[in-house]
Design a binder for this molecule. Sequence first.
Ligand code: AHM
Ligand code: MG
Length: 346
Amino acid sequence: ATRKKSGYELQTLTSWLLRQEMKGEIDTELTIVMSSIAMACKQIASLVQRAGISNLTGVQGAVNIQGEDQKKLDVVSNEVFSNCLRSSGRTGIIASEEEDVPVAVEESYSGNYVVVFDPLDGSSNIDAAVSTGSIFGIYSPNDECLPDSDDTSALGSEEERCIVNVCQPGNNLLAAGYCMYSSSVIFVLTLGKGVFAFTLDPMYGEFVLTQENIEIPKAGKIYSFNEGNYQMWDENLKKYIDDLKDPGPSGKPYSARYIGSLVGDFHRTLLYGGIYGYPRDAKSKNGKLRLLYECAPMSFIVEQAGGKGSDGHQRVLDIQPTEIHQRVPLYIGSKEEVEKLEKYLA
Ligand code: AHM
Ligand code: MG
């Protein structure tokens, strides 16, 4: 018999995950990994909100592998994320934007899942209290590189094995999501069956389900590119952007919106429609964004919402990574908008 729903019933992320587990959509292990990620995001949300107060902003001095200044909060967020995943006891390998190479979780803690993440993306926004976010993707171990016998020597070092496990195409993702630290803290998740959003209720300290089966508008007249790079772009891309600005018969050109935070720019695109792009240019032949923990998880989410994620020529999810910190151009958003751009680049 179906019980009448009381007006006071909130669906929290925890109860939603347990329901997915009962329905057989995910196993217990993945439920635990997801919960530990949610816990990490709550901790990072609190760190970001208190950043100015706790004097956590500013450069720590170290430069990460991509040659960028590492902010204190990036480092702290990376530790928070790694610690939560380790203590879940269900993660085998983790790869982070902030670490040079993926690492195997120590034997006593380790489980199966492979988790890729960017613990604090868009961190140049922190000092001005503008939106940032965390991005993650979860894979099963890559069977092709699992040892058939006890002889693991053929597989090379532990580091090599970790890299093979992590370098999987987005098509293999089991789950992906992000948490946006903005005027609200919003956790967006897909387990491969639709996209769901949960808002952190500061009163309860819990993520509460606020949007089910999100669908991105088929088209949308907002474009989100760092146009400061215009002079360095390919001619066909310049033509595309010029055409978006043409008011045409309707008298209404596209609107420009750019936060400089992938999570924030993506979240707006998901809800309002339009296109976000980070193209290749004369200086960076593969653009800026990282395939594994930025472009692939976002592409999985957008496809689950009925949109598209492309490198300009092919689906991002079809790209086989060859390196952990590989960059690819990214064009993501409403289906019709991404297809229109692909025609210009063809
Ligand atoms: P980060 O991982 O170093 O924070 O860089 C990624 C960020 C994205 O969030 C954002 O979309 C992009 O870099 C903005 O780059 P730019 O400042 O070149 O426009
Ligand atoms: Mg990043």
